[in-house]
Design a protein around this ligand. Structure first.
Ligand code: 9MR
Length: 877
């Protein structure tokens, strides 16, 4: 695809306000500008003195002469008896703009910086909303502030620079949205021109940057120190008792383009002792503390997946399963929701309604998008599928994620993936309708909702948007993958997916150019993509792996993408999915001609990312001149490629590349912070979301532990980032503020590589690289007929000691079942088969082999030889 630029940003900024303006008097919080009272992590250059020189723009800001010219919504009255303005704010309103106090006709001068201030109180305490804005549709806000108001009152001061010349500016206080009544008082409102613009300087703490979570004891350990020093600096590693346990000298690395900083790197990988609370000191600065140990990644791999359950639409989130995150079901047709059980199309798009309830909300908004759902569910399924094929992979079982479905005999990760896959299936156009078999591109609100809006309180009309080839191929790819993965657990669901995948493929072939519109961005993201050749390739690859059929074999081999260098510097994402196909062709068993070259191409991609990482003084496998929207997911996806290369080759450097890459995510970066909520001493926790809005409303939670922030984005498309991060170097284009939807959103397709990579890291245990097992397996299918096959397996002991009693494991691709066997006893759980010796062949002497055989049944799909066999727990060569 062509990477989208600012289009989405522009339409969000305008349409969010426009939509709500229809039903309310002022704009919502989806867009924000201006500066807040000193945020915890920011210092601001003083602005107030100069501003005081400017002329006062507010009339009667002290309420000494009654309330004129202030106005209010009809649900309150003014009381100015105490020389200030007070009002009883009713309970039971939903939106902030349901109760407003304001003043009109405030002149604003373009480019002028203003100091805005007031004293205010709330009893009981509340977070208010103060805006300076356009008084008419689209109600563009030039300043949005969320002052914390207390019963004792307090002064609040802000500055902002007006982007417009406007004689009719409006100052408003939005006070609605409280379930219970409260009292608001206001005094000394002042807006003066002539202020110095504030300069936002992030608090980046100590100049020694480490992975604040943990280094694996036997893995690489690297840090970065920001310094003016040109020559090497001494460093010391201290344990939690303050004792120096290792020391050395740094390596000067010059000026890093991604941060603009002069930096040195530090390698302390020789130290391997596990422990908590280590610190690293260099150039007079001591890093934030970190662990040496493996435990954190075991927890992270589940937390990164647990993220999905509270993103679910169409089901109540149980507070028992997710304490603090319980909420009613969103979009199940209960007022004020308008769906998603009978959703019409946008006018003129279709004449039917669909039940598209369920699925995950995409991100911080309430939209559900097939292309983004596609890559997300694919990555979860691939995380599971990797456990069948990668020597180090260990599965998470049923119950590991505390889901409503836990205990149903299906691994929880598949249960979670199914929640989304069921939704993707529902987006397919039914038989007999125009474009039958295609998938609608997306379903979302007619207009953007404001912050905060819990899913069940979203009153907007929901609409299906036109079908697209990209969405249809996402459905084909994920349904084909689901067909093989669910086959051992639910044959009917697997078959339903395969049918849908075939239909989608045929419909996409018949309609190869139905592109999503780049301007269809009102109320939801566009996810437009002008090039769908990669979606075709991905879908063909998945259909081929599942079915083994000639049509898909031929399509894959003929696609120019099959041999192209697809390992670009900017990584892959929802709009660049050839990589998903190539990775699966390389790592999932299949009989594609030339598969060795496919595997070699993944290793070549990993070599590129490793080279980028090695050259980067912060160790990042991503280094374009500007960072993209959601850069953290691109960094992580480049790690997925290195991890796949390790799974394919067993070569340590690829694994170590992943272990270094995560350091960047967890704090070895210019901002000295972790991008995963709850991991690291300082971590992102105010990600943009309509319902994890703790920053705006203390009664609501922050995003759950294990939530990835999008990360630095040079585009800084939202007004807050645009104001605070102007001219930022790539790594600095990030702010942990709920209003920064361009740098700090959470999404289902960003947590999916986080979860994939954290599972890979957890699988590495303490970092010891296991020697390959001393066995060699020959698996030969001698006969195959439509529903069955017969296979002979030979296991050779290539080691120097006798194996006495053996158990050989492998996993089938899909729905195969091992039946009658000879010379071994076979049992099967899911797709995994365990063959155990019989009494006559329990010993395998060095250099000797044993042979056993079995009859199997298939569910009709491909039946490739497994790639991975483990003998007594160790992977065979
Ligand atoms: O992740 C998307 C990113 O690649 C695009 O550049 C950006 C602008 O089109 O949109 C991002 O997706 C957003 C989507 O449009 C709406 N839901 C939130 C997504 C994350 O910010």
């Amino acid at each position: 695809m062509i990477r989208p630029s600012r289009r989405w940003a522009a339409s969000l900024a305008v349409t969010a306000a426009a939509a709500l303006a229809a039903s309310a008097l002022s704009s919502p919080a989806a867009q924000a500008s201006g500066t807040n009272t000193t945020p915890a992590k920011a210092r601001t250059a003083a602005a107030s003195a100069a501003a005081l020189d400017g002329p006062e723009q507010i009339r009667n800001g002290t309420f000494d002469s009654g309330s004129d010219p202030w106005w209010h919504t009809e649900n309150i009255t003014f009381d100015t008896t105490g020389g200030k303005l007070c009002a009883d704010i009713p309970g039971g309103t939903i939106n902030p703009w349901d109760v407003i106090i304001g003043q009109n006709d405030i002149p604003l001068v373009q480019g002028e910086t203003y100091a805005y201030g007031f004293s205010a109180s709330a009893d009981p305490a509340k977070v208010g909303r103060a805006l300076v804005q356009l008084p008419v549709d689209p109600y563009t806000a030039y300043l949005t502030a969320n002052p914390e108001l207390t019963p004792d009152g307090g002064d609040h001061a802000f500055t902002f620079t007006s982007p417009v010349d406007l004689a009719t500016g409006q100052v408003v206080f939005q006070l609605g949205g409280s379930a219970t009544p409260w009292r608001f008082c206001l005094d000394n409102v002042s807006l003066k021109g002539g202020a110095e613009p504030e300069v936002y300087v992030p608090d980046t703490g100590p100049r020694v940057r480490v992975n604040q979570v943990a280094y694996l004891p036997k893995g690489p350990k690297n840090a970065t120190v920001v310094t003016e020093a040109a020559a090497a600096l001494p460093w010391r590693l201290k344990n939690s008792a303050g004792k120096v346990v290792a020391s050395g000298a740094s390596t000067p690395r010059g000026v890093d383009a991604s941060s603009g900083q002069n930096v040195h790197s530090i390698d302390f990988g020789a130290y391997t002792k596990p422990g908590a609370g280590y610190t690293l000191t260099a150039d007079g600065e001591t890093s934030r503390p970190f662990d040496i140990g493996a435990g954190a990644y075991e927890t992270l791999r589940s937390d990164a997946l647990k993220f999905y359950y509270p993103q679910r639409s169409g089901i109540a989130i149980s507070d028992d399963l997710r304490p603090g995150y319980g909420r009613p079901a969103g979009h199940v047709g209960v007022a004020p929701n308008q769906g998603d059980t009978t959703v019409p199309c946008q006018p003129g798009v279709c004449d039917y309604t669909l039940d598209v309830s369920g699925g995950w909300y995409d991100a911080g908004d309430h939209g559900k998008y097939v292309v983004n759902g596609g890559i997300s569910v694919a990555q979860l399924m691939s995380e599971f599928e990797r456990t069948k094929n990668a020597p180090t992979a260990k599965p998470l079982g049923d119950g590991a994620l505390r889901l409503p479905e836990s205990g149903n005999g299906v691994p929880d990760i598949l249960d979670e993936a199914r929640w989304e896959q069921e939704f993707l299936l529902k987006m397919q156009v039914p038989d007999g309708k125009p474009y039958a078999g295609m998938a609608h591109h997306k379903i979302h609100d007619q207009a953007w909702t404001g912050l905060p809006t819990l899913p069940h309180l979203d009153p907007q009309k929901r609409e299906l948007h036109p079908v697209s080839t990209a969405a249809t191929l996402n459905l084909a790819a994920t349904a084909a993958q689901a067909a093989r993965l669910f086959a051992p657990y639910d044959a009917a669901f697997a078959a339903k997916n395969l049918t849908a995948a075939r239909k989608a493929w045929a419909a996409a072939k018949a309609n190869p150019g139905r592109l999503a519109s780049p301007s269809d961005g009102t109320g939801g993201g566009t996810y437009d993509d002008a090039d769908v050749s990669d979606e075709f390739y991905w879908a063909a690859a998945e259909l081929y792996i599942t079915t083994g059929e000639k049509e898909f074999n031929d399509y894959v081999l003929a696609s120019p993408l099959h041999t192209a260098d697809i390992w670009g510097e900017r990584g892959f994402d929802w709009g660049h999915v050839a990589q998903l196909g190539r990775l699966d062709l390389a790592t999932v068993p299949n009989a594609l001609p030339g598969r060795d070259q496919v595997r070699a191409s993944v290793v070549a991609g990993a070599d590129k990312y490793l080279a980028t990482l090695t050259a980067h003084p912060y160790g990042v496998p991503y280094n374009p001149p500007t960072y993209d929207w959601g850069s953290n997911n691109l960094v992580l996806n480049n790690m997925v490629v290195m991890a796949a290369a390790y799974d394919i080759t067993g070569t340590r450097k690829y694994r170590d590349g992943v272990l270094q890459g995560i350091d960047y995510i967890f704090g070895r970066n210019a901002l000295n912070q972790s991008y995963v909520t709850g991991y690291g001493e300082v971590s992102s926790h105010n990600q943009h979301s309509r319902w994890y809005t703790h920053q705006l409303d203390a009664t609501l939670p922050n995003p759950p532990k294990g939530t990835l922030a999008g990360g630095p984005n040079s585009g800084i498309q939202d007004p807050l980032a645009a104001e605070k991060l102007k001219n930022c170097k790539p790594q600095f284009c990030y702010i942990d503020d709920i209003n920064s939807w361009a740098t700090n959103e959470l999404t289902i397709n960003w947590n999916s590589p986080l979860s994939w990579v954290s599972a890979f890291v957890a699988d590495q245990g303490d970092g010891t690289v296991k020697a390959p097992g001393t066995c060699q397996v020959t698996y030969t299918t001698h006969g195959q007929w439509p529903s069955g096959f017969t296979t002979q397996v030979t296991v050779k002991n290539t080691g120097g000691t006798t194996v006495d009693g053996w158990s050989l494991k492998w996993s089938f691709l899909g729905g195969q079942k091992a039946g009658q066997s000879w010379n071994a006893g076979l049992t099967q759980s899911g797709a995994t088969v365990t063959a155990k010796n019989v009494s006559t062949n329990s010993k395998i002497r060095p250099g000797q082999s044993i042979t056993f055989g079995f009859l199997g049944t298939t569910s009709g799909g491909a039946n490739p030889n497994p790639d991975l066999f483990t003998l007594n727990g160790a992977a065979c060569a």
